[in-house]
Design a protein. Structure first.
Length: 265
C-alpha cells in the first residue's frame, strides 16, 4: 500500500513547492481576505443596527460565521482538477492516460498539495481577521465535528470540480459552465449568506442540496446552529452527496477515457 501511495505523496509535495514559489499571490490573497472581512463586518454591523437582520442570530455569531467562511475559502477555492482542461487543450492527456498511475488520484494529490500550503495561510489570515472581528472558538468536540464535516465538504467540492472539468473531454472548454456553477454555489452554499436566513421551505430545500455540504454544514456546526444531537444526520447527508458525486465522477471518467480529444501538438 505504501509503494502505491508514494508517487501521489510526491505529486502533493511538488504541488506544495510549486505553490510556495508564488509569494506575491500569497500576499495578495491575504490582503484580499482582510478587505473582505472588513467589508462583511461593516455590512452586517449596519444591517443589525437597522434591525434588518434575522432575529435569533446575534451579531458576533454572524461575524464569526463570515470570518470562518472566508478562511475556509482559502482552501476550498483551490482546484487541482483544472489541469484536466489544460491537458486536453495541450494534447498531453492521451500520453497521461498511458502512464501507470490513476489520473483522478493524481489530480487529487496535486490539489491536496496546494491545499496544504493554503491551509498554512489560515494561521496568519486568522490573526489578521482577529484585528477586525472577534471570532468565537467552540468546545473541542464541536471543533472535531467541524473538522470532520469540513473534510467531507472538501471531498464533495473536489468531485464537483472534477465533474465540471471533465466536461472538457466533450466541449474542450468549461469556463462558461464553471462560471454558472460557481455563481450558483456561492449563492446556495451558504458561503456568503447563511442558508438559515432563508424562509421556510426554501431553507429546507437549500440545506438539502449538495452545495450546502461544502460550506453551510461545517459552518452551522461551528457556530452551534446544528447541535450535537443532529451531527449524525448532517454528516450523513454530506456522505450521501459524496457517494453520489463519487459515482457520477467514476462514470464520467470511464466515458471520458473512451473519448479523448487531442487539440494542438
Amino acid at each position: 500500500m505504501g509503494s502505491r501511495l508514494e508517487p501521489y505523496l510526491e505529486f502533493a509535495k511538488k504541488a506544495f513547492s510549486r505553490e510556495a514559489t508564488y509569494r506575491l499571490e500569497v500576499f495578495t490573497n491575504l490582503g484580499s481576505l482582510l478587505v473582505r472581512v472588513y467589508l462583511l463586518r461593516m455590512l452586517w454591523t449596519a444591517l443589525y443596527a437597522q434591525n434588518a437582520a434575522p432575529a435569533g442570530v446575534p451579531l458576533h455569531a454572524i461575524l464569526t460565521y463570515s470570518a470562518v467562511a472566508l478562511l475556509m475559502s482559502l482552501i476550498l477555492e483551490v482546484d487541482g482538477t483544472r489541469m484536466i482542461r489544460e491537458k486536453i487543450r495541450e494534447g498531453t492527456i492521451a500520453t497521461d492516460l498511458m502512464k501507470p498511475i490513476s489520473l483522478p488520484l493524481y489530480f487529487f494529490s496535486d490539489g491536496f498539495g496546494q491545499t496544504v500550503f493554503h491551509a498554512l495561510l489560515v494561521v496568519p489570515a486568522l490573526f489578521l481577521a482577529l484585528l477586525l472581528v472577534r471570532i468565537d472558538v467552540p468546545a473541542p468536540p464541536v471543533l472535531a465535528a467541524f473538522a470532520l464535516s469540513f473534510a467531507l465538504g472538501y471531498c464533495v467540492n473536489f468531485l464537483l470540480n472534477f465533474l465540471m472539468n471533465s466536461i472538457a473531454f466533450w466541449t474542450l472548454e468549461t469556463f462558461a459552465i464553471q462560471m454558472m456553477v460557481r455563481w450558483i454555489s456561492d449563492l446556495l452554499s451558504g458561503q456568503v449568506v447563511p442558508l438559515i436566513f432563508f424562509p421556510g421551505v426554501w431553507q429546507r430545500v437549500m440545506l438539502g442540496l449538495p452545495f450546502a455540504a461544502i460550506y453551510s454544514t461545517p459552518l452551522l456546526i461551528y457556530v452551534g446552529t446544528i447541535e450535537p444531537q443532529h451531527y449524525a444526520s448532517a454528516l450523513a447527508l454530506q456522505v450521501v452527496w459524496l457517494v453520489v458525486f463519487g459515482a457520477a465522477s467514476a462514470g464520467m471518467w470511464r466515458a471520458a477515457r473512451q473519448r479523448v480529444v487531442v487539440q494542438g501538438g
